[in-house]
Design a protein around this ligand. Structure first.
Ligand SMILES: [Zn+2]
Length: 285
């Protein structure tokens, strides 16, 4: 009991130091994203197409000599209104669409990792197992930067199911990956090492006010548009009546839709993020 009591102030001091250093962490990258090179960048999303919100930035990073990986948690095997498609067919279609999109961004197919969970049910999966899975990939790839759904700043952010789960799973996996004694079998048996991701780019699918970083995607708009037009089963007529061979007119409509969704700032095409640098413990602070 004596030991516990005397240890308490020390623990408290350590926590306060962590907290204050995290809060003081600069919320701007030391080097602008447009100039990043030689970094390993990992994006975690719930579905094939969640990365589409960041396609301009991913194309830019890939072109500038960074290694870009996309980890998708579910196979996307549910989201269709076409009654003719089975789960298996849809999963295969979503995979091909994603690979085609990444190819347009210059990202190699073997940088696409799908963890195979069922679409729509991510928050009912065994959280420990999913986090262990993500931690393994984080320790393997050792990203300098993690792109993920924003779990929220100060308050929990509302997302639709799967995005909500992916936001927290990503943040929790980033935290777990840095602790040597968590999932230690990966370290003692698989030759991996603990890893702390230093920088984060949180994305969202609407104007979320917490954005503090705008990446200028001038020069990469066409790549984003071309990549986005591959998600035939997710948007446009293919959502209700899938066809692997859309008409020219349908492709034109798809491209126009992607182009219209690109935001501008000071007359330039941009993608907005909440940038965070520091300990994973303070991702939401
Ligand atoms: Zn999604």
């Amino acid at each position: 009991m004596k030991l516990l009591l005397s240890g308490a102030p020390v623990l408290l001091t350590v926590c306060l130091v962590c907290l204050s250093s995290a809060q003081m962490a600069p919320q701007k990258p030391e080097v602008p994203v447009e100039k990043w090179t030689g970094k390993t960048v990992v994006l975690i999303g719930a579905h094939a197409d969640d990365d589409a919100l960041s396609h301009g930035t991913l194309a830019l990073l890939q072109a500038h000599g960074n290694q870009v990986y996309v980890i998708t948690l579910t196979t996307g095997n549910v989201g269709t209104q076409d009654p003719k498609l089975s789960r298996l067919q849809l999963a295969e279609i979503r995979r091909q669409e994603e690979l085609a999109a990444l190819k347009d961004l210059g990202i190699p197919g073997d940088h696409y990792i799908n963890l195979g969970y069922d679409d729509g049910l991510l928050e009912f999966e065994d959280r420990k197992a999913v986090i262990e899975n993500l931690v393994r990939w984080i320790r393997k790839l050792r990203p300098d930067v993690l792109f993920a759904w924003d779990p929220g700043k100060v308050y929990q952010r509302w997302h639709k199911s799967d995005h909500r789960a992916a936001a927290y799973l990503s943040a929790d996996a980033a935290r777990a990956a840095m602790w040597r004694l968590l999932f230690e079998g990966q370290i003692t048996q698989e030759g991996l090492k603990e890893w702390m991701i230093p920088e984060y780019m949180f994305y969202n699918d609407y104007d979320f006010q917490d954005e503090n970083l705008w990446v200028d995607i001038t020069g990469f708009v066409d790549q984003r548009v071309n990549a986005g037009a591959h998600y035939i089963s997710q948007y446009g007529p293919g959502w209700k009546n899938y066809t692997p061979n859309p008409t020219e007119e349908q492709v034109k409509e798809m491209k126009a839709r992607v182009r219209d969704n690109i935001r501008t700032r000071d007359g330039k095409p941009v993608e907005g993020f909440r940038y965070y640098r520091g300990l994973p413990d303070a991702i939401g602070k």
